[in-house]
Design a protein around this ligand. Structure first.
Ligand code: SF4
Length: 469
C-alpha cells in the first residue's frame, strides 16, 4: 500500500503569502499574462491553476503575446511533433524579448519532465527564464519571484510527486468544469510516455473531490468531468478507501449537479461495479471514452494493454445491455511495431462491429524512452499512412450510420456555443451521451438546458430544432 503524500498547508500558506507580496508590485504596474496550452484535459486543468495563481499575483490576462509581460507555454509530450512545434514558438519570441527585456518567458507541462529537456531548452533559448514540471504548480509564486529577481530557473523535481489541495483556479467555462480525481499512471503501455513524465498514480481524497464539486455546483456549474489517466483505477493505490464506482455514488448527490462525465477509462479496470453505477445513477452520463488502441489481441499484448479483443467487446456488450442509449468513443493507433496486415484488419473489423460514435485515430510514432520505441519491427511510414486513411474512411462511414439512428430523437441539450451563419444563429451543444447537435436559436440560451429534436444529419453532426427551453 502506498500513501499519497500531500503538500503541507504551511508550504501552501507560504506560497499564498508570496503571491500576496507580488500582487502589491504587479497589480499597480498593470502587468499581463498570456498562456498557451497544448495537449489533453490534464494540461487544460493545470493551466486553470496557473491562471488562478497569476490573478492572485496581480496579473490580468492579455489578448495576445505582444501585449503580455509573462508568456507561458504549457506543453504536452504525448502528441507527435510537439517538441518541434514548441521550438518554433519559443524561437519566434526572441525579437519580442529583445524589445521588452522585462518580459518573462516560461515553459511548463509534461514535456519539461522528459529527461534532459529542461537543460536543453535553457541552453538553446537564453530568452527563456523559467521552466517547470507538472508537479510543482503549487510553487509558482516562488518561481515567479525568483525570476523577477533576475535568475533563470528550471524546477522539474520528480521527487515532488505529491498532491497539492486548494490551489487557486481560474475557470473560464461557466457551465462545465474538469475535476482531477487522480494524477499519474501506473500502466506503462509500451508506447506511452505519461508514466515517466507524470509519475505514479496518486488518488485524491474523496472528501477533497466532493468539496471541490460542491463548491463548483454552488457557483452554478452543472456539468463536471472527473479526470484521470485511468479513472477506473481510482483508489487502487490504497489511499482513498473508495473505488471509482463508490466515488461516483459519493459525488452524484451533490445538489445542482446535472451531469457527471469521466475520462479516460482503461478497459482492463472497467468493472461490473462501475457499469452498474453508470446504469443506476441518474446524473452519470451515458458515454464512455474507452481507448481501444488495437483490435488485435497480440498487438494489445505488445502494447501492454492487459486486455484482449474479446474482453473489450464484452464490456461494450454488457454496457449496451445495461444502458441501451450509451455511446462509446475511442482512441486507436495504427502501424504499431509488428502490426501485420491481418492484425490491422482485426482493428478494421472491430471498428465495423462495435460502431463507435467517434474515434481519435493516430499513426504510431515512437516516443523516446518507451519500450515500443526500441521494438525492431517498426512499420514503414507509407504503410501507416495508408492504414490510417483506411481506418478514417471506415470510421467516417460508421459516424454517419451512428448519426442516422438519431433522426427523430428528442432530448435535453446543454448549450455550449453559437455559430453565426449569415443571418442565422446556430446553437450547439451535447446530449448527455455526448452526441453533439446543432440547431437554430438565440444566443441568450447559452449555458442553459433545452430540449432539441433531431431532424436531419450531415457527415459529422446532428441537426435539429428546439422543442422548448
Ligand atoms: S493508461 Fe497507458 S496510454 Fe493511458 S496514460 Fe497510462 S500508460 Fe499512457
Amino acid at each position: 500500500m502506498r500513501t499519497s503524500r500531500y503538500i503541507p498547508e504551511t508550504e501552501l500558506e507560504m506560497q499564498r503569502r508570496i503571491a500576496g507580496e507580488l500582487n502589491r508590485e504587479i497589480e499597480p504596474r498593470g502587468l499581463r499574462f498570456y498562456i498557451e496550452t497544448f495537449g489533453c484535459q490534464m494540461n487544460v486543468r493545470d493551466s486553470e491553476t496557473l491562471k488562478g495563481w497569476m490573478y492572485e499575483m496581480g496579473y490580468s490576462e492579455a489578448t495576445d503575446k505582444e501585449n503580455a509581460d509573462l508568456i507561458l507555454f504549457n506543453t504536452c509530450c504525448v502528441r507527435d511533433h510537439a517538441e518541434k512545434r514548441l521550438m518554433g514558438n519559443i524561437g519566434a519570441l526572441k525579437e519580442l524579448k529583445d524589445e521588452k527585456p522585462g518580459l518573462i518567458i516560461g515553459i511548463c507541462g509534461c514535456m519539461m519532465q522528459q529527461e534532459g529537456m529542461a537543460k536543453k531548452l535553457l541552453k538553446r533559448f537564453p530568452h527563456v527564464s523559467l521552466i517547470f514540471g507538472t508537479n510543482v504548480l503549487y510553487r509558482f509564486p516562488e518561481m515567479i519571484r525568483t525570476v523577477m529577481n533576475g535568475e533563470r530557473i528550471a524546477v522539474t523535481d520528480r521527487a515532488e510527486d505529491a498532491i497539492a489541495e486548494d490551489l487557486p483556479k481560474m475557470r473560464d467555462n461557466p457551465r462545465s468544469a474538469f475535476v482531477n480525481i487522480m494524477y499519474g499512471c501506473d500502466n506503462f503501455c509500451s508506447y506511452c510516455i505519461v508514466p515517466y513524465v507524470r509519475g505514479r498514480e496518486r488518488s485524491r481524497r474523496p472528501e477533497d473531490v466532493r468539496k471541490e464539486i460542491v463548491s463548483l455546483a454552488e457557483s452554478g456549474i452543472t456539468e463536471i468531468t472527473l479526470l484521470g489517466q485511468n479513472v477506473n483505477s481510482y483508489g487502487n493505490d490504497g489511499t482513498t478507501g473508495m473505488t471509482f464506482a463508490e466515488l461516483l455514488r459519493y459525488v452524484s448527490d451533490v445538489s445542482g449537479l446535472k451531469r457527471i462525465r469521466f475520462m479516460s477509462s482503461h478497459p482492463k479496470d472497467l468493472t461490473e461495479e462501475v457499469m452498474q453505477a453508470i446504469a443506476s445513477l441518474p446524473n452519470v452520463c451515458h458515454h464512455v471514452h474507452l481507448p481501444l488502441q488495437s483490435g488485435n489481441t497480440d498487438i494489445l499484448k505488445r502494447m501492454n494493454r492487459k486486455y484482449t479483443r474479446e474482453q473489450y467487446l464484452s464490456i461494450v456488450n454488457r454496457l449496451r445491455e445495461l444502458v441501451p442509449d450509451i455511446e462509446f468513443t475511442t482512441d486507436i493507433i495504427v502501424g504499431f511495431p509488428g502490426e501485420s496486415e491481418e492484425a490491422f484488419m482485426d482493428t478494421m473489423s472491430f471498428v465495423e462491429e462495435v460502431g463507435f460514435a467517434a474515434a481519435f485515430t493516430f499513426a504510431y510514432s515512437p516516443r523516446q524512452g518507451t519500450v515500443a520505441a526500441k521494438m525492431e519491427d517498426q512499420i514503414p511510414e507509407s504503410v501507416k499512412k495508408r492504414r490510417l486513411q483506411e481506418l478514417n474512411e471506415l470510421q467516417a462511414r460508421k459516424t454517419v450510420e451512428n448519426n442516422e439512428k438519431y433522426i427523430g430523437h428528442c432530448g435535453e441539450v446543454l448549450v455550449e456555443g453559437c455559430d453565426f451563419r449569415g443571418t442565422e444563429t446556430m446553437l450547439y451543444g451535447k446530449y448527455q451521451n455526448f452526441k453533439m447537435v446543432y440547431f437554430p436559436g438565440s444566443p441568450d440560451l447559452l449555458n442553459r438546458y433545452v430540449c432539441v429534436r433531431v431532424t436531419k444529419t450531415n457527415k459529422n453532426s446532428l441537426l435539429g430544432e428546439m422543442i422548448h427551453a
